[in-house]
Design a protein around this ligand. Structure first.
Ligand SMILES: [Zn+2]
Length: 70
């Protein structure tokens, strides 16, 4: 059976913009989980931080750098 799913386009993260995003910002995070046998398992996961339209790549990048700087 064919299913029809509505897809939601990503929107620019700049507060007042809400234009359709052309760019995606991701970060690779190391997730550590302790196993039952005491060993620590490390996994690298890609997380999506946000999206930006063509006009706001620089601004959104700067915004995300401020939020996620470590
Ligand atoms: Zn924008």
């Amino acid at each position: 059976m064919i299913q029809v799913n509505k897809i939601y386009p990503a929107l620019c993260k700049l507060a007042s913009c809400l234009d359709r995003a052309d760019y995606e910002f991701t970060d690779a995070k190391t997730i550590k989980t302790k196993q039952e046998d005491g060993l620590v398992k490390e996994e690298i996961k890609t997380v999506t931080l946000g999206h930006a339209c063509n006009n706001h790549v620089v601004e959104v990048n700067k915004m995300l750098q401020d939020i996620h700087k470590s």
